[in-house]
Design a protein around this ligand. Sequence first.
Ligand SMILES: NC(=O)c1ccc[n+]([C@@H]2O[C@H](COP(=O)([O-])OP(=O)(O)OC[C@H]3O[C@@H](n4cnc5c(N)ncnc54)[C@H](O)[C@@H]3O)[C@@H](O)[C@H]2O)c1
Ligand SMILES: [Fe+2]
Length: 378
Amino acid sequence: MSSATLSMARPITLLQPARLEIGAGAIGRLGLWASAYKRIFIVAMAPTVGFAASIGLAGEIVTYTDIPPEPDLPAVEAVLASARAFKPDLVIGLGGGSVMDVAKLVAVLWDSEQSVLDVVGVDRVGGRRTALAQVPTTSGTGSEAGIRSLVTNPATQAKLAIESRFMLADIAVLDPELTYSVPPAVTAATGVDALAHCVEAFTNIKAHPLIDGYATLGIELVGRYLRRTVADGSDTEARAGMMLASYYGGVCLGPVNTAGGHALAYPLGTRLKLPHGLANAIIFPHVLAFNAPVQRDKTATIMAALGLASATDEAAARAESLTFCARLGIDMSLAHHGARAEDIGLFAEDAFAIKRLILNNPREFTLADIETIYRTAL
Ligand SMILES: NC(=O)c1ccc[n+]([C@@H]2O[C@H](COP(=O)([O-])OP(=O)(O)OC[C@H]3O[C@@H](n4cnc5c(N)ncnc54)[C@H](O)[C@@H]3O)[C@@H](O)[C@H]2O)c1
Ligand SMILES: [Fe+2]
C-alpha cells in the first residue's frame, strides 16, 4: 500500500464547535444565543474585557479579567475559585489563547471533584454541564476550534496539556473587529503561530487528506493577509482572513497536531519566557527547512502559498522563510531574546523529550540536529 493510500485510509476523529458565527460584528449575535442562560461567567483580560458590552448579554454576569498571558496552575485555581462562588450556567472565553484555554477548564472543572492535575492528558475529564462559548481576540492559537488546553506547571516550568471532547465550545464567534487593537508585534508572532499549526500538520507523519485541505487553506490565507494585518491593524478583510487561518490551524491541531516546530518552541517559552507565538515564529523557518528534503512537494506548496520562491532545498527554504518572518518585523535572533550559547544543550534536551510532538516530525531528529537548529537561530 502506498503511503498516500495509508493516509487516506487512516481513521481520524474531527470535532468542531456545533455553531460558528463568523464575520465583522459577529459578536453581536452571541447575545441572542446566550439569552437561554441566566448566570454568565466571562473570562477575559484587560485588553479584551471592553468587548463584553458588545455581546448584548442579559442575566447575571461576573467578569474575571485577571488572566496572565501563558497562564499557570495558580492562575487557573484563582479563576476556578471565583467561578465556584458564582455557579455559572454559561462560561464565555473572551480573549486570546491564554483566556480561551482557561475558559475551557473553568467550564469543565468548576462544579467537578476533579482538579486540573487530575485531568492532564487525554480524555481524563469526567464531563461538563455548563455551556461554553469562545470568542477569540487574537488570530493565532485557534483554541476556539479545539479540545486542548495548555497550562504551565510552576513546579517544572513545563506546559501541561489537557485534551477532552468536553472542552469543545458549543459556539465560537470569529469577529475580526475584535483583533483591530492587537499590536503589530503580537499580530505578527501569533500569525506565524497559526501558520505553524497548518504547516506542521500538513507535513506531519500523521497528515490526513481532510486536514491537508484545512491546512493549505490556512497557509494561503496567511500568505495573502498576514503582512497586511501587520501594516494596517484595522484592515477588516485581512483581519478576517487571519482569523479564519487561525481557526483552520486549530482544526489541524485536533486530529493531527503539530510536530518538531512546536517541540523546539516550547523550551523557549518555559526557559526564556517568550510568548507562545514569538517562540514558534523564531523556530518556524528552521524546522520548515529541516523537513524540506523529505517533504519536497508539500514544501513547494507551502512556499508558493506564502508567495516565496519555490525553494525546497534546506538552505534556500530557510533563507526565504526567515525573510518572510523578518519582514513582518519579528526579531528572529534567539540571542536578542536572551538566549545564550551555553543554554542550547538544555533547550535541546527539553525539546527532544517532548516525544508526543517530536515523533510526529516527518524527518527524524537527533539531539545534535536540534542543537544545530538552536545554534543557527541564535
Ligand atoms: N489550545 C490550543 O490548542 C493552543 C494552541 C496554541 C497555543 N495555546 C496557548 O495559548 C496561549 C497563547 O495565546 P495567544 O498567542 O493568543 O496570546 P495571549 O492570549 O497570551 O495574548 C497575547 C497578548 O495580547 C493581548 N491581547 C489579546 N487580545 C487582544 C486584543 N484584541 N487587543 C489588544 N491586546 C490583546 C493579551 O492581553 C496578551 O497580553 C499560550 O498559553 C499557549 O500555550 C493553546
Ligand atoms: Fe501554537
